[in-house]
Design a protein around this ligand. Structure first.
Ligand SMILES: NC(=O)c1ccc[n+]([C@@H]2O[C@H](COP(=O)([O-])OP(=O)(O)OC[C@H]3O[C@@H](n4cnc5c(N)ncnc54)[C@H](O)[C@@H]3O)[C@@H](O)[C@H]2O)c1
Length: 258
């Protein structure tokens, strides 16, 4: 599978490294980033040439899938164009989908073009269970996220609830920090019914996500205590690994998990 990488920062770097180490049966064909130095850095790590694209046409040429690991802005600017050019697309900046209009527009184009939009589980665990439970009746889905204030771009010396409400409003308020609430919403009861609480806790070093799900199946709770990426404390290392695992799932003949 030929891959084009949109966003050559922290997550993009891990994905490129996994491809370079042949952890996945993929070839990195092209990279695109606002910051050309980030593109050049990733491209320089490969023995075979990796094209430094200057626009979306150059990024998609010869690729089967574009992996977005850039920003919500990048999704708004390029995602529709990538799908219209008949390329599969993986989205990491999934928080952008609080905008239903964009989500359904992209879904319709993907359907028409016969391509897929992949949304990895990201920094949370339990998306498989939520998807299964959603085939019956789901009663409630709640996410409680606890992060160091630095990871939330806020200043506080004490434990503080910085948000308590629907995932839709929370995702909009914290566009760089709570993508997981968007993924959970899409997998389960939607952005308005998914409950979200965000706590800033100066004492913790890890990003903690607790999910409580209740439905006809019974109930489950998952807890992830994630190590933040050294280069970007907002991003958990598990999120980068989930992108790599999703690429692996796409190319593997055996599919494990819901
Ligand atoms: N789904 C999840 O669970 C999850 C978890 C963590 C992060 N994320 C999201 O994934 C994305 C990448 O995270 P990261 O830690 O790698 O960020 P990062 O800041 O380390 O890297 C982002 C890169 O994308 C580039 N970029 C940003 N906007 C761009 C644009 N419009 N056009 C071209 N290039 C652009 C930047 O120059 C940078 O090199 C972010 O949006 C982040 O919020 C998702």
């Amino acid at each position: 599978m030929n891959v084009g990488l949109l966003g050559c920062g922290n997550i993009g770097g891990y994905i490129a490294e996994a491809i370079n180490k042949k952890m996945i049966d993929c070839r990195l064909v092209s990279v695109f980033d606002n910051n050309i130095w980030n593109s050049k850095f990733i491209s320089s790590k490969f023995k075979q040439p990796v094209k430094i694209a200057r626009n979306i046409d150059e990024l998609v040429a010869g690729v089967d899938i574009v992996v977005e690991a850039a920003s919500q802005d990048a999704v708004r600017k390029y995602a529709v164009g990538i799908l219209k050019r008949g390329r599969n697309l993986m989205i990491m900046s999934v928080g952008v989908f609080y905008d239903d209009v964009l989500f359904y527009k992209m879904r319709d184009i993907a359907k028409r073009k016969g391509v897929k939009i992949y949304i990895p589980s990201g920094a949370i665990v339990g998306i498989d269970g939520v998807k299964s439970a959603n085939m019956g009746k789901l009663r409630s889905v709640t996410l409680m996220t606890r992060k160091n204030p630095d990871a939330l771009d806020i200043k506080t010396k004490r434990v503080r609830v910085v948000y308590n409400g629907s995932a839709r409003v929370g995702v909009k308020k914290f566009p760089k920090n709570i993508n997981v609430a968007a993924t959970l919403s899409l997998a389960g009861v939607g952005f308005d019914k998914t409950k979200l609480k965000i706590i800033a806790d100066p004492k913790i070093k890890r990003n903690r996500h607790e999910i409580d799900v209740v439905g006809d199946f019974g109930a489950f709770k998952t807890i992830a205590n994630n190590i933040p990426s050294p280069d970007n404390p907002k991003t958990s290392y598990l999120a980068a690994l989930s992108a790599i695992a999703t690429l692996k799932k796409i190319v593997d003949p055996v599919q494990i998990g819901t």
